[in-house]
Design a protein around this ligand. Structure first.
Ligand SMILES: NC(=O)c1ccc[n+]([C@@H]2O[C@H](COP(=O)([O-])OP(=O)(O)OC[C@H]3O[C@@H](n4cnc5c(N)ncnc54)[C@H](OP(=O)(O)O)[C@@H]3O)[C@@H](O)[C@H]2O)c1
Length: 231
C-alpha cells in the first residue's frame, strides 16, 4: 500500500532541484502531485504530476487564485511542501540594502506564509493536513554576510512552531526540515572544489519530507529536523 495513495500534495518550488526530487518521491508514494513554481515552461517538463500551476508565491492575490483553482480542480489539499525559496550572499549587515533584506524575506518567509494561509482553512475543514516547511542549517549555524538569508529561514522555523501550536487540536501537523548544503547542480558549479559526497542528496531530503507527510505520522508536530548529510 502506498502511504500517500490519492492524497493531493502541493509542492512549491517544484521545478527546482529539491522540488523535482519531491515530485518524483511523492509520486512514488502514490500522491497526486500538484507542482507550483514561477516558471510555467519549467513546470511543463516535470514528469508524474497531476497538475502544474505557475504562480509568484510572493503575491497574495496570485497565491489565493492559484490555491483556489487547485482546490477546485482536485477537490482537496492534503499536503503542502513549501520548497520554494532562495539564497543570496551579501555584504556585512550594516552594508545590506533594504531591498536585498526584503528580497530574502519575500522569497523564503512570505512564500511559505502565504501558501500556509491558503491551505489552512481547507485543511481545518477536513480536519487533516500535513505541512512541511524548508528552513536551512544556516538557522542553527549562521554564516557571515548572509544575515537576510539566515534570518528569513529563522522566520520559517518560527512560523512552523507557531502554526503547530495553532493546529495542535486538529488533525493537521506542521513541521520543518533544515537541509545542510544540498547536492545540486548550482552548488556544484558555485563550489567546484568542495567534497560533494558530504552534501545531502535531494532524494534523501525528499524521503524525510515524505515521512513528515505520512498520514500515520500523527504525533510529530512543530518539529525542526536537521538533514545535513555528512557535513
Ligand atoms: N540548495 C541548498 O544548498 C539549500 C540549503 C538549505 C536550504 N535550501 C532550501 O531548500 C529549498 C530548495 O532549494 P533548491 O536548491 O532546490 O533551490 P532551487 O533549485 O533554486 O529551487 C527553488 C525553486 O523555487 C522557485 N521560486 C523562487 N521564488 C519563487 C516564487 N516567488 N514563487 C514561486 N516559485 C519560486 C524557483 O524558481 P526560479 O528558479 O524561477 O527562481 C525554483 O524553481 C529552498 O527553500 C532553499 O532555500 C537549499
Amino acid at each position: 500500500m502506498n502511504p500517500l495513495q490519492d492524497r493531493v500534495a502541493i509542492i512549491t518550488g517544484a521545478a527546482g532541484a529539491l522540488g523535482q526530487a519531491c515530485v518524483a518521491h511523492f509520486s512514488k508514494l502514490g500522491a497526486q502531485v500538484i507542482a507550483v513554481d514561477l516558471d510555467a515552461a519549467a513546470l511543463q517538463k516535470l514528469p508524474s504530476t497531476a497538475g502544474t500551476y505557475a504562480c509568484d508565491l510572493t503575491k497574495e492575490s496570485a497565491v489565493r487564485e492559484a490555491f483556489q483553482t487547485i482546490h477546485g480542480d482536485h477537490g482537496r489539499i492534503d499536503i503542502l511542501a513549501n520548497v520554494a525559496g532562495g539564497f543570496a550572499m551579501g555584504p556585512r549587515v550594516e552594508e545590506t540594502a533594504l531591498d536585498d533584506w526584503l528580497d530574502m524575506f519575500q522569497i523564503n518567509a512570505v512564500t511559505a506564509w502565504l501558501s500556509c494561509a491558503q491551505v489552512l482553512p481547507i485543511m481545518r475543514e477536513a480536519n487533516f493536513g500535513r505541512i512541511i516547511n524548508i528552513g536551512a542549517r544556516a538557522v542553527r549555524r549562521p554564516g557571515a554576510r548572509m544575515a537576510p538569508y539566515c534570518t528569513s529561514k529563522a522566520a520559517v522555523v518560527t512560523l512552523t512552531e507557531v502554526l503547530a501550536l495553532e493546529c495542535a487540536d486538529t488533525g493537521i501537523t506542521v513541521n520543518c526540515i533544515l537541509p545542510g548544503t544540498i547536492d545540486t547542480p548550482r552548488n556544484r558549479t558555485d563550489m567546484p572544489n568542495a567534497d560533494h559526497s558530504r552534501w545531502v542528496p535531494p532524494s534523501d531530503l525528499a524521503i524525510v519530507i515524505g515521512q513528515l507527510a505520512d498520514p500515520d505520522n500523527t504525533s510529530v508536530n512543530g518539529a525542526t529536523v536537521p538533514v545535513y548529510g555528512r557535513s
